[in-house]
Design a protein around this ligand. Structure first.
Ligand SMILES: *Cc1c(COP(=O)(O)O)cnc(C)c1O
Length: 369
């Protein structure tokens, strides 16, 4: 048992069910599971091992150091680096057999030189900017970049990839925009084919597109949020995914406060009647945002209790009235609960479930069940 009372309990059998549901929705398409940002707060090493067991083909992270951590912890599956890295990291990318996604020609010389030294070919992706205006080359530049890559002896193109701007929304403009992004990627692929450049993989779909745009699947999908149990559009969880993480803690102390006393920093909450409060050992550095000050709630033995006063770095205070709360009682911060899941929490503070999950701190002990 962990000594810490604040834990993130992660249910790997629910995770496995989520992966099965996603796989049944994408048919034969290969799967890339995104484990950037410490697997959206779930712990990237454990989640990567679990994902491989569940039949995921490839992992994806944001930075080279995230990928190195996985390699050093026994992950041998392909790892995509979703974004550009620094030139100093090019050697690591080659050494650790990572798969970069290219926006330009800057690093080709260096990749080729390192690959030659290690005497092995390096596979990479070309990123096509179909409308997000972030990473990638415009469709009109894909052929030139591809030819440049192929002019190096030790480089080969594994695939092309793009990323959607609004695949989770069903408003008319977003749907039109997403469809136009799909069309542009197809066009880029066709230009390569017409020039006898074959690539193994065409990938576009993030979670939203995986669920809502079959046309976007091509032969590979690339998702994060879905597997952690949330549909990007709260109202359209059509394959019934379940959240895999529960953030839990226990009461540190309880005490009574008198009418007129104030609670926590800034005296933002004044007690209206004599009551009891409980202090929880979780704060904003653990992932309970300060935006939940005087706003959020937690659940103990089936009942919801309000957060009062400001959320601190390491502690949060709730009002428990005259209820009999013991120090051993489990306190749910968020999890698979109608009122306390990452979607409902996010809504109340104008955020998105991605942020609620990925903010779960390093200090929170992860327990995998
Ligand atoms: C984060 C990210 C994803 C995963 O997004 P989800 O909505 O969690 O599926 C996919 N592709 C890229 C490029 C990303 O940055």
């Amino acid at each position: 048992m962990p000594l810490q009372t604040t834990i993130a309990e992660i249910n790997l059998s629910v995770f496995n069910d989520n992966i099965k549901k996603i796989k049944s929705c994408v048919g034969n398409a290969k799967t890339v599971f995104v484990v950037k940002a410490n697997a959206y707060g779930h712990g990237s090493i454990a989640m990567s091992h679990a994902a491989i067991k569940s039949g995921i083909d490839c992992l994806a992270v944001a930075t080279v150091s995230e990928a190195v951590l996985l390699r050093e912890n026994g992950i041998v599956a392909p790892i995509l680096i979703l974004f550009e890295h620094s030139i100093a990291e090019a050697e690591l990318v080659v050494y650790y057999r990572l798969t970069p996604i290219l926006t330009g020609t800057n690093y080709l010389e260096r990749y080729n030189e390192c690959s030659k030294r290690y005497n092995r070919k390096m596979s990479l992706y070309i990123k096509v900017d179909t409308g997000l205006s972030r990473m990638g080359v415009k469709p009109s530049g894909v052929l030139e970049l591809a030819k440049k890559v192929l002019s190096y002896d030790f480089l080969e193109i594994e695939g092309i990839s793009t990323h959607f701007a609004s695949s989770d929304s069903d408003d008319e403009y977003a749907v039109e925009f997403t469809n136009s992004q799909i069309t542009k990627l197809k066009e880029a692929h066709n230009i390569l084919l017409e020039n006898n450049i074959e690539v193994k993989n065409v990938q576009a779909a993030n979670s939203g597109a995986t669920l809502y745009y079959k046309d976007s699947h091509f032969n590979m999908v690339r998702f994060g949020l879905l597997a952690y149990g949330y549909a990007p559009n709260k109202l359209k969880n059509n394959i019934e995914l379940k959240p895999i993480m529960s953030l839990k803690t226990k009461v540190l102390i309880t005490k009574s406060v008198k009418k007129g006393e104030t609670v926590s920093y800034g005296m933002t909450h004044k007690v209206e009647n004599d009551t009891n409060i409980a202090v929880l050992p979780i704060g904003y550095s653990d992932g309970l945002s300060r935006l939940f000050s005087n706003k959020g709630q937690v659940k103990i033995k089936g009942k919801y209790y309000p957060i009062i006063g400001r959320v601190c770095m390491d502690q949060t205070i709730i009002e428990i009235g005259n209820d009999n709360i013991n120090l051993e009682d489990e306190v749910l911060i968020f999890g698979d609960d109608d009122k306390l899941n990452a979607h409902t929490l996010a809504e109340s503070v104008s955020s998105i479930p991605y942020e609620i999950l990925s903010r779960v701190g390093e200090r929170v002990y992860k327990v995998y069940i």
